[in-house]
Design a protein around this ligand. Structure first.
Ligand code: AP5
Length: 189
């Protein structure tokens, strides 16, 4: 299974990616998690990315692509992956197509998780209380939602035009949303 999960901040990509990883037995690759690990480790890349992430902006395409490429070369990704948080703009979508073509691992399907903006804000506010993620502050969240609408929403249209997109309703229990995603994947085969 080679799956791209799309959706606004707080739509449940990370939550569902973990479940899909267990279901399909392929790794969950989150560019946000890779970047947060680099920040926590204090690597040069992490130091560069931190301020950009805290403000809710996108880290440069080059940095994220090289991190992703390195991760996809790990042997555990040979049989597929659940990709979460990439691509975030049209340039990244083209770069991903080229990378997967080089690796001879074309993606199977992109699944968009739809959640209304009020609920996104509510979910992120709930997580902020529990986890204190730096980019979950109200200002950063507002900016992340703006970046999503401006730069990432066109990626959804890109996959739709290629006939590779499935959309699911992301409102409901985590189990309900997982069942919808699995049904969407099955329908895409
Ligand atoms: P990233 O880590 O990708 O964050 P995001 O896309 O903003 O997504 P979130 O992690 O906020 O939400 P999610 O959709 O995963 O939802 P979750 O499952 O956590 O990116 C962070 C930053 O890194 C970016 O802003 C950027 O700076 C940088 N970055 C990352 N990738 C990049 C790239 N490709 N290019 C450039 N920069 C990049 O759920 C949210 C909450 O809701 C949780 O508390 C969860 O428990 C709850 N929840 C989930 N589902 C349900 C449900 N069904 N019912 C009730 N609660 C639910």
């Amino acid at each position: 299974m080679r799956l791209v999960l799309l959706g606004a901040p707080g739509s449940g990509k990370g939550t569902q990616a973990t479940r899909l990883r267990d279901h399909f037995k392929v790794p969950h690759i989150s560019t946000g998690d890779l970047l947060r690990a680099a920040v926590a480790a204090g690597t040069p890349l992490g130091l560069k990315a931190k301020a950009v992430m805290d403000a809710g902006c996108l880290v440069s395409d080059d940095i994220v692509l090289s991190m992703l490429e390195e991760r996809l070369h790990h042997p555990d990704a040979d049989n597929g992956f659940i990709l979460d948080g990439y691509p975030r703009n049209l340039a990244q979508a083209s770069a991903l197509d080229a990378l997967l073509a080089r690796l001879e691992q074309p993606m199977d399907v992109a699944v968009q998780i739809d959640v209304n903006p009020e609920l996104l804000v509510e979910r992120i506010a709930g997580r902020a209380k529990l986890e204190g993620r730096a980019d979950d502050s109200p200002d950063a969240v507002r900016h992340r939602l703006h970046v999503y609408a401006d730069q990432t929403a066109p990626v959804v249209d890109y996959y739709r035009e290629l006939g590779r997109l499935r959309c699911v309703d992301g409102v409901g229990s985590m189990d309900e949303v997982l069942a919808r995603i699995l049904a969407a994947i099955a329908a895409a085969k």
